[in-house]
Design a protein around this ligand. Structure first.
Ligand code: SF4
Length: 397
């Protein structure tokens, strides 16, 4: 296996410092790295070294398989009662006229628009407003389930759940059970930002804290359901804050096994209260993916949102631990474009996504939300690629 050879070659390099060599040996023997080793990787790990380690793990788990799904987003509102400093998306309630607030029927109309499309997932996430409460979301989820039972509902983050359960005066276990019974099937990874209070209080101080975020996921996992986790990196946090963040996720995953995917989210600095903070480089993005892959040994998948980091970086990331590049999106999300992502109308056809993955020698697999294979596109020919083997001549009587 080429990736294993690369790792063995790296281990023979006499110039490799002993501490980095020790980590590489651990990776070769599938041993967990420690908190301090995680910090060391951020401080000393060069891109080439990290790539060899992360790609070894990625290919051992998934070979060349690279996942994507066909989905669309509903963003109920861009108004929010919170005021996260990094957020380019929300408009404060006092500027209400500049935002949007979909009604139940408007959201349901978006779902119906996709009735004849082969999408497998609806991803619902947006700002936090009082009218979107437990009753509202319960009804929305039930209506979607009744209308299209096979469409997987992945919706809301602990930021919304904490807010609506508190308002309804119910605990997390009761609240998550209610959502589950209404038709919710998965929770996306958002709202995690950086868990450590030293940073969280500066960038997102009013919304749910780390313990609350983790507790909601834990209750959800207890129901046998799955969720994802994110980390907003590349702003005012130090490397050890990133490792602390991943450590808390790794610990909960040891306990519940309910996380599917870790998604590092790059901080973008357009039109927010942290515009003075420079963005990190592509090299740092790739290093961060790689270290995530190495550190989170109990997460199956590492995902890169192509819409956030650009198509070419998404392709590169597949050599740095990433095995999932998200979905077709169909220009239904504004979260990335409003934060300054290059993709201003993120949408890719299945064919484009497949080509993007094939161009870098990987195997495109369309998955559903739970990573069941929908279609393996490895040898798939799209209709306009199939050359007719003969030409029909007109019949002359
Ligand atoms: S990040 Fe989320 S919770 Fe924070 S202001 Fe933006 S929409 Fe609201």
């Amino acid at each position: 296996m080429e990736t294993e050879n690369n790792l063995l070659l790296l281990l023979q390099n006499p110039d490799l410092p002993a501490d980095l060599k020790h980590i590489a040996e651990k990776v070769l023997h599938a041993e967990r790295i420690t908190f301090d080793e995680g910090v060391l990787l951020f401080e000393k790990g060069e891109l080439g070294y990290l790539g060899v380690l992360a790609n070894y793990i990625r290919e051992k788990r998934h070979g060349n398989k690279t996942y994507f799904n066909r989905n669309f987003h509903i963003e109920p509102t861009n108004l929010c009662v919170y005021d996260c400093k990094f957020c380019s998306y929300s408009v404060l309630i006092k500027q209400r006229s500049e935002g949007w607030e979909y009604t139940m029927d408007e959201m349901f109309d978006i779902v119906k628009k996709y009735d004849n499309e082969p999408v497998t997932e609806v991803h619902i996430v947006g700002g936090v407003l009082p009218q979107y409460d437990v009753a509202f979301y319960s009804e929305l989820f039930s209506r979607i389930r009744a209308h299209r039972p096979e469409l997987h509902i992945k919706a809301l983050t602990p930021v919304e759940y904490h807010y609506i359960f508190k308002k309804a005066k119910i605990d997390y276990a009761t609240g998550m059970r209610l959502m589950y019974d209404a038709g919710l099937q998965s929770i996306p990874g958002g709202g995690a930002e950086i868990f450590h209070p030293e940073i969280r209080e500066q960038i997102a101080k009013d919304k749910c804290n780390a313990e609350q975020w983790l507790a909601i996921h834990e209750e959800w996992h207890k129901l046998g359901a799955r969720s994802n986790a994110t980390m907003l990196y590349g702003h005012i946090e130090k490397f050890w804050h990133r490792v602390d963040h991943m450590e808390r996720l790794r610990a909960l995953q040891d306990k519940t096994g309910g996380f599917q995917t870790f998604i590092p989210l790059k901080f973008r600095n357009q039109d927010n209260q942290m515009s003075h903070v420079p963005e990190v480089s592509v090299i740092e993005d790739l290093r961060n993916y790689a270290i995530s892959r190495i550190y989170l040994d109990n997460f199956d998948h590492i995902k890169a949102y192509w819409a956030m980091i650009s198509r070419t970086t998404a392709q590169l990331s597949l050599n740095f631990g990433v095995d999932d590049i998200d979905g077709t999106l169909d220009d239904t999300t504004k979260i990335y474009s409003m934060a300054g992502a290059e993709e201003q109308h993120p949408s890719m056809s299945t064919k484009q996504l497949v080509e993007l993955i094939k161009q870098v020698g990987r195997q495109p697999i369309e998955r559903d939300t739970l990573y069941n294979v929908v279609t393996d596109y490895t040898d798939f020919k799209f209709p306009d690629e199939v050359k007719p083997s003969y030409y029909k001549l007109p019949v002359i009587n």
